[in-house]
Write a protein of this length. Structure first.
Length: 175
C-alpha cells in the first residue's frame, strides 16, 4: 500500500459550533462538496456524530473515483472529530477546530493508505500527481463548505505532511 499523510488548513468566517456541526454530519457532504459524488448514511451516530458511518464516492480532477466508508470514533465538541476509513482508502482522519479572529480555523490531518492496486503501483512514479489531486479536492471542499454555510473562506492550504509512517492503531477501530 502507498501511505500518505496530508494536512489541510483553512479559516472561515463562521462560528466554531456551526463548522463542527457541518463536519459531524459526513453523510451530508454530498449536498455541498462537489467532488463527493455520492454519500450514504450507514448508521446514525450520537449528537456529536460518534458512531456515525457513511459511505462516499469521490471523483477528483484526474477523473478516477474512490469509494470508502468513514466512521466517527471520537469527538470533543466543538474542538475535534476523529474518524477511521476503509475501502479504497484505509486509515484515520482528524479535524481540529479553534476560534480564530471572526471565525474558525480548521486543520484536517489525513493519514491514509491506498488499497487499489493501480494506485499503489502508480504511486511509485506519480505520488506527487496523486497528492496534487487530493489537494484540489480538499481545497474545493474548503471553499464549498464556506459557501454552504454562508461564510467567507479567508485562506486555505493543503499538502503532504511529514514523512509517511505506519498507520495508527485507530484504523482498526472500524468494526
Amino acid at each position: 500500500m502507498a501511505h500518505y499523510m496530508f494536512e489541510t488548513d483553512w479559516e472561515l468566517t463562521a462560528p466554531i459550533e456551526q463548522v463542527f456541526d457541518v463536519l459531524s454530519h459526513p453523510e451530508r457532504f454530498e449536498t455541498w462538496w462537489p467532488s463527493v459524488t455520492t454519500s450514504a448514511s450507514l448508521s446514525e451516530g450520537d449528537v456529536d456524530g460518534i458512531g456515525a458511518r457513511a459511505r462516499y464516492t469521490i471523483r477528483g480532477p484526474l477523473l478516477y473515483t474512490m469509494t470508502f466508508d468513514l466512521k466517527t470514533i471520537e469527538a470533543e465538541r466543538p474542538k475535534r472529530l476523529r474518524t477511521v476509513v476503509r475501502g479504497d482508502l484505509v486509515g484515520t482522519g482528524t479535524f481540529f477546530l479553534e476560534p480564530a479572529g471572526a471565525g474558525t480555523r480548521v486543520r484536517f490531518n489525513w493519514h491514509v493508505a491506498t488499497t487499489k492496486r493501480w494506485m499503489n503501483l502508480a504511486s511509485i512514479v506519480a505520488k506527487p500527481v496523486l497528492a496534487w489531486a487530493h489537494d484540489r479536492v480538499m481545497l474545493e471542499g474548503c471553499a464549498a463548505m464556506a459557501n454552504h454555510i454562508g461564510a467567507n473562506l479567508l485562506w486555505a492550504k493543503s499538502g503532504l505532511a511529514a514523512r509517511p509512517t505506519p498507520l495508527p492503531a485507530a484504523s482498526s477501530k472500524f468494526g
